[in-house]
Design a protein around this ligand. Structure first.
Ligand code: ATP
Ligand code: MG
Length: 468
């Protein structure tokens, strides 16, 4: 159990207060109070998570305390203690929102089970809270950009099914926006106050996927030291995003199919049937039908998943969206890095006609780097070209046809300091121009003097004979 949780014991009998304190203080932060009219002030002051409430208290009885808690929506989970001849009142307490009740004289073990269940529930609530904080307004549909026919069609499909329980299958190349669509579905649906979880079927080791998805019981296998609640269960009422579903092993496909059909499963090593109402959004960058043909993906599962198909085209196939993306990412990174960079029309044209092998993610990274690195107010085409060339000299430029190119930019998640980034960029630029200061300065649109200052600042030494 968790010492972070605070429990308030409200009982007028010193014996019960001491007993409960002994029972709980190893695992919790325990306070006690004798009078009913002090309970609410104590909770307001010390923010207890759990209240153990005797129903007969001096000052204010337990039922009245509960009434105020429910009216004022005080966030505390209440367990009431009642005498054996007063179970009726305990039921009233439950109707007022108490979590459970326990009859005196009580069984310590039973009591601890109740508390343990409460802790599990609090853990879940906490996760939902952090998620809400993280998300804020981030994943409104307004943040999913697109005005191309393909994107408009996707928006209208999603609008129609958003509040249903339909499974959605998103396919598209790397970086086309599968995950942002999955999140947008969840956070715009009536499931948004429940958890969104994702599982990347391509990175989790095969033998761990079962327990990640369905959880396991203590002792289910070596290393299962305690019960684990799987993602299906955590995201019940919410959404589970199964990324790279094409990588799921055949035996896991069978298990997943069963859950989709029956909406229930057992934890690994357990026999209790767990019922869930989890919405599945799956994504793949492979052609699942092809995998079905090759007997690597179950056809019945494919049909179960493909209830609402959403296909995200390559970025170069929806060029109308590129100008929107440029503005969107410029605004995002200007705000993030406190800049006010703009991109001139020629550079925008270049960006719009580029092939973007890494799709939207690559475009986003390019804009981010420009915002971070540019020393000027407006970026021109040369800087953009230079940046793309450094990233991958072999990458197809505009009009280079439909070359099969790999994702060329680093995934971009790791943020390094601007100095580090600038230093690395400068080094690569210098290398590209054979350490010719004049050419490098020209390409980066800064003066030779600025380059020399930066070399000094970053401790970059160039052998005299190569400096021009
Ligand atoms: N329509 C869009 N609107 C706004 N941002 C987008 C859009 N599409 C993609 N992005 C941004 O591009 C980046 C890549 O998108 P995302 O991670 O959703 O792609 P993915 O298809 O899941 O890629 P991968 O297959 O590599 O996992 C993200 O930072 C995302 O925010
Ligand atoms: Mg993804």
């Amino acid at each position: 159990m968790d010492e972070e949780y605070k429990i308030l014991v409200a009982d007028d009998e010193a014996g019960i207060r001491d007993l409960l304190r002994d029972l709980l203080s190893g695992s919790f932060n325990v306070d006690t109070v004798e009078r009913g009219d002090e309970v609410l002030d104590r909770i307001a002051r010390d923010r207890h998570d759990i209240l153990i409430l005797d129903l007969q208290l001096p000052g204010m009885n337990g039922i009245d305390v509960l009434r105020v808690i429910s009216e004022k929506k005080v966030r505390v989970v209440v367990v009431v203690i009642t005498a054996s001849n007063n179970v009726e009142t305990a039921i009233t307490a439950m109707k007022l929102g108490a979590y459970d009740y326990i009859v005196k004289p009580f069984d310590a073990e039973k009591f601890l089970v109740i508390v343990k269940n409460i802790v599990e529930r609090l853990e879940l609530e906490r996760e939902v809270d952090t998620l809400r904080e993280q998300v804020g307004e981030k994943f409104r549909f307004v943040n999913v950009i697109g005005k191309s026919q393909a994107m408009l069609k996707i928006f209208s499909t999603l609008e129609r099914v958003i509040d249903t329980d339909s499974t959605i299958l998103i396919s598209g190349d790397s970086g086309t926006g599968k995950e942002i669509i999955a999140k947008a579905v969840h956070y715009n649906s009536n499931r948004k106050q429940y958890p969104f979880r994702s599982l990347d079927c391509s990175t989790i080791p095969r033998d761990l996927i079962g327990s990640e998805l369905f959880g396991h019981e203590k002792g289910a296998f070596t290393g299962a030291v305690s019960r684990k609640i799987g993602k299906f269960e955590v995201s019940s009422k919410g959404t589970l995003f199964l990324d790279e579903i094409g990588n799921l092993s055949i035996d896991m496909q069978a298990k997943l199919l069963r859950v989709l059909q029956e909406k229930e499963f057992e934890r690994v090593g357990g026999n209790q049937i767990i019922k869930v109402n989890t919405r599945i959004v799956a994504a793949t960058n492979r052609d699942l039908r092809e995998l079905v043909k090759q007997n690597r993906f179950r056809e019945d599962l494919y049909y179960r998943l493909n209830v609402v198909p959403v296909y995200l085209p390559l970025l170069k196939e929806r060029k109308e969206d590129i100008p929107l993306f440029i503005d969107h990412f410029l605004k995002k990174y200007n705000t993030e890095f406190g800049r006010s960079l703009n991109i001139d029309i020629k550079a925008r044209m270049f960006l719009t006609n580029y092939q973007w092998p890494g799709n939207v993610r690559q475009l986003e990274n390019v804009i981010k780097r420009l915002v971070l690195l540019s020393t000027e107010k407006v970026v021109g085409p040369d800087q953009v070209k230079a940046l793309l060339e450094f990233e991958d000299p072999a990458a197809p430029g505009p009009g280079d046809g439909d070359l099969e190119a790999q994702g060329t930019l680093p995934a971009g998640g790791d943020i390094v300091s601007m100095d580090e980034m600038e230093k690395a960029y400068l080094e690569r630029a210098l290398e590209h121009f054979d350490f010719n200061i004049s050419s490098t300065a020209k390409a980066l649109k800064i003066s030779r003097k600025t380059i020399h200052n930066k070399l000094k600042r970053y401790g970059i030494v160039i052998h005299k004979t190569t400096v021009v």
